[in-house]
Design a protein around this ligand. Structure first.
Ligand code: EPZ
Length: 420
């Protein structure tokens, strides 16, 4: 396994371009299972997770070519309904093949994804929605078995104890596109990635309204056709790069950004002292004055994104004063706290809260990545810390950040890879 070595402190300056959104492209790739016709998807980031999803599509009878950011999907004529544990367990998002397989083939056998380091990650809302569409569901030896001669439109409330569910909304929306009649999803997730999935489905001939709002209406159709689509920019990568500009007291022009997807984050960064200049598809980020402590609570979109919680924590570790970060989506999403403290941060966890007391500077240290966004937060800390940091298990980082080393090198970071 590789590790990432970072010599800090750095001051990042220059221009960088954000890749396509991981969390938009994964369900959109799953949606190609709803048609036998070819689909072309552009601005697909070359990540572990996107390549895992392509492997799953190939195991389900798709031909999937990935060349310079463009994915071409076609059918081999042998559509499969079985999504194997070996693949699904490596990436939870693969569970969103359930809805499309069931809708297209009238039966599906998909491995339960299991939990991960950031939480238990149940799928009860996915199953509630699929059942509401008339599917017969059973759980056998860690697999979900689902069957339905023809799914029927229905109203279903998809809000859970932690609010809406992004992939459950996607799973049910995809299944409903081929159901007979009208489906109303209440307490639907409003994330831009859900809206991008709906746009893709509409291009395939689906009848969907209200995507991006808590009420999504789907009128079932007989079949869907192939289409072409360009993936929206990755708002979490953009947010991570914005935090990188601030934690290194740098000045970065970030291109391929939709600022309207980053409202909550921009609001909080400006409160923390950032000078953010927005343009149509880019944003310039630098420090206006000294960093100021802030309080952050993660919420479903348009609230502050949980996927930026670790990164904003890194920033707050070197911000004078006391910041309180409250995690409302995944209360256990704090594996990065102990690693940041090893670098000299002063963070105390109190249940779903992390109390961060800013320190003058972090010190480079060997640290270990535990999940995707925790690894990003350790990279940010390494860029700001005095001395050398080495981050092990960076396969976590490779799941969601395309060419991140090259992007940071291009901004002046001293970063390189070493064998573990
Ligand atoms: C998506 O995961 C994202 N992943 C996650 O990003 C992101 O953190 C999450 O949404 C929340 O924004 C992808 O889109 C591939 P949820 P998802 O269902 O859909 C609970 C990253 O770093 N829940 O919206 O799986 C769940 O436990 C990843 O890129 C249920 O209770 O998340 C959580 O507390 C990490 N029952 C909350 O809802 C269910 O059936 C939100 O989860 C499903 C979820």
């Amino acid at each position: 396994m590789d590790k990432l070595v970072i010599e800090g402190p750095a001051r990042l300056k220059g221009e960088v371009t954000v890749s396509g959104s991981k969390n938009a492209v994964l369900p959109i790739l799953a949606a190609t299972l709803l048609t036998d016709e070819p689909c072309v998807i552009r601005k697909v980031p070359n990540l572990r997770d996107t390549n895992t999803m392509l492997k799953i599509l190939r195991s389900l009878g798709k031909c999937a070519e990935f060349d310079k950011g463009t994915v071409s999907i076609s059918s081999t004529g042998q559509a499969g309904f079985f999504a194997d544990y070996k693949l699904v367990s490596t990436m939870r998002a693969s569970f969103c093949v359930l809805g499309p397989i069931l809708a297209k083939l009238k039966k599906a056998k998909v491995s339960l994804p299991g939990g991960c380091i950031i939480g238990v990650r149940p799928v009860d809302l996915h199953l509630k929605g699929i059942k509401a569409l008339g599917a017969e569901i059973s759980i056998e030896s860690g697999y979900v078995l689902a069957k339905a001669d023809r799914l029927k439109g229905n109203s279903v409330y998809l809000g859970g104890v932690y609010g809406s569910s992004v992939l459950a909304t996607g799973n049910v929306m995809m299944a409903a596109t081929l159901a007979k009649g009208r489906t109303l999803i209440e307490a639907a997730a409003c994330e831009p990635e859900v809206a991008d999935l709906a746009e893709f489905l509409i291009k395939m001939g689906a009848k969907i309204k209200g995507h991006g709002t808590p009420i999504i209406e789907i009128e079932g159709v007989k079949g869907l056709h192939g289409t072409e689509h360009t993936i929206i920019p990755d708002r979490i990568e953009a947010g991570t790069l914005m935090a990188a500009a601030l934690i290194t007291k740098g000045d970065i022009l970030i291109k391929n950004v939709l600022c309207q997807h980053l409202g909550a984050l921009i609001d909080k960064l400006e409160e923390a002292g950032a000078c953010i200049t927005k343009a149509d598809s880019s944003v310039r980020v630098r420090l206006k004055s000294k960093l100021k402590a802030i309080n952050v609570t993660t919420l479903p979109y348009p609230g502050f994104p949980t996927d930026m919680q670790a990164q904003i924590m890194s920033l707050m570790t070197v911000t004078p004063g006391i910041s309180v970060i409250t995690e409302k989506i995944y209360p256990d999403r704090f594996m990065h706290v102990s690693e940041l403290n090893r670098m000299g941060a002063h963070i105390q966890r109190e249940g779903p809260h992390a109390i961060v007391e800013g320190v003058k500077h972090l010190s480079g240290a060997p640290v270990m990545a535990s999940d995707l966004r925790a690894s990003a937060c350790l990279v940010l800390a390494g860029l700001a810390a005095k001395g050398k940091s080495s981050i092990s298990r960076i396969y976590h980082l490779e799941r969601g950040y395309e060419n991140i080393e090259d992007k940071l090198l291009g901004l002046g970071a001293k970063i390189y890879r070493e064998k573990e």
